[in-house]
Design a protein around this ligand. Structure first.
Ligand code: PLP
Length: 358
């Protein structure tokens, strides 16, 4: 059931709700663009768009804000709507933050395997948890819960690509290009990101096209994800065995509706062990922990840097620091956890440290 658009009280509530989200945005600073020199390649500079500095700690803060505004402006959310999402991680944390801001009930539908720190973060922001044993059922269970509660399923995997204004409105791409404007190479050769919903790559790819920039878009994807297979063969739509990657936030077993391959110039498949090694190397370089998907991005960046250097090319490359390492203390930063999974990351860390001259 949808909230009645014509009721004066609902209309006033909706207006106040949008105002609250906009006022929160108005109080927030933009995320930093960190410049990282690569001593081995003096003509090439790396930039990290630090999305860990959002109030809820990841790039999903932008997505959650967009999904709430989109649902409010569509008349899908009213003062008594229970808001539901299928997410095992960062999206639910950010959405719980906005639901609390609007005093709405929020339920995250999560696989039973979800790590405790993620659940704690969702609960910290006032969200409720609904666990399912089979991860493949999260979409159906979310729909059923929405029907039963008369609520609204935000559905990040469908709406991520359309809820964000791709032409601008300080989306991540517009922010990156504005922050690059005073650099020696203001138009990057490459922007590198990952794909979970596909929303970030859709926004960046469309913005590059619209602005007619020469920048190319590369998506770094776990080897055990369907997205890069779909990129080279549009018939590949799902992985029957599921997505075997341990990198949270990216890589999916089915091609999500929000993944738009036509705006991507290149995809690079990355082994989890390389992602972990690169994540550790970058964390040492920055003096603070970053998440696993940032490591995946860095593996692709390293390959592109080496290709540029081999051609004698100079320029800039931008990638996304998707989230910090705080939520991964019991996983990617726990040596026994990695060893138990046969992830021999040490040689990889050494190899990726070289790009920073470490
Ligand atoms: C969601 C997510 C991504 C991928 O972003 P999308 O816009 O959903 O494709 C990368 N890293 C982390 C940590 C994420 O949570």
């Amino acid at each position: 059931m949808r909230a009645d658009r014509d009721t004066g009280a609902v209309r006033r509530w909706r207006s106040e709700a949008i105002h609250r989200i906009e006022a929160d945005f108005n109080r927030s600073a933009d995320t930093h663009l960190i410049r990282v020199e690569l001593p081995r390649h003096p003509g090439i500079t790396l930039y990290l768009k630090d999305e860990s500095s959002h109030p809820t700690g990841s790039l999903k803060h932008r997505l959650a804000r967009s999904l709430f505004l989109y649902a409010l402006c569509n008349g899908w959310i009213g003062p008594d709507t229970c808001v539901i999402e299928s997410s095992s991680g960062s999206t639910a944390v950010s959405e719980a933050y906005f639901a609390k801001m609007l005093a709405l009930r929020f339920i995250a539908v999560v696989p039973a395997s979800t790590a405790a720190p993620k659940l704690d973060a969702i609960r910290f922001h006032g969200g409720e948890i609904h666990m399912v044993d089979d991860p493949r059922t999260v979409y159906d269970v979310s729909n059923t819960l929405a029907t039963e509660t008369g609520g609204h399923y935000l559905d990040q995997f469908t709406y991520a690509e359309r809820a964000t204004d791709w032409r601008g409105n300080n989306n991540i791409a517009e922010s990156i290009f504005a922050q690059m404007s005073a650099e020696e190479h203001p138009v990057p050769r490459w922007i590198v990101c990952g794909a979970g919903t596909g929303g970030t790559s859709a926004t960046i790819g469309r913005f590059i096209g619209y602005q007619r920039h020469a920048t190319r878009l590369c998506v770094a994807d776990p080897v055990h994800s369907v997205f890069h297979r779909h990129f080279s063969d549009r018939q590949a739509l799902s992985l029957p065995e599921g997505c075997g990657s341990c990198i949270e936030g990216i890589g999916r077993p089915r091609v999500e509706p929000s993944f738009i391959p036509s705006v991507i110039d290149r995809m690079i498949a990355v082994e989890d062990v390389a992602s972990i090694g690169a994540m550790r190397a970058l964390s040492r370089r920055l003096g603070r922990r970053v998440g696993g998907s940032t490591g995946t991005n860095l593996v692709a960046v390293t390959q592109l840097v080496e290709e540029m250097a081999a051609r004698g090319d100079v320029g800039s490359i931008v990638t996304i620091l998707c989230d910090g390492g705080e939520r991964y203390g019991c996983t990617y930063y726990d040596d026994p956890w990695l060893d138990a999974r046969g992830l021999d990351w040490r040689a990889q860390e050494t190899a990726f440290s070289a790009i920073f001259g470490l």
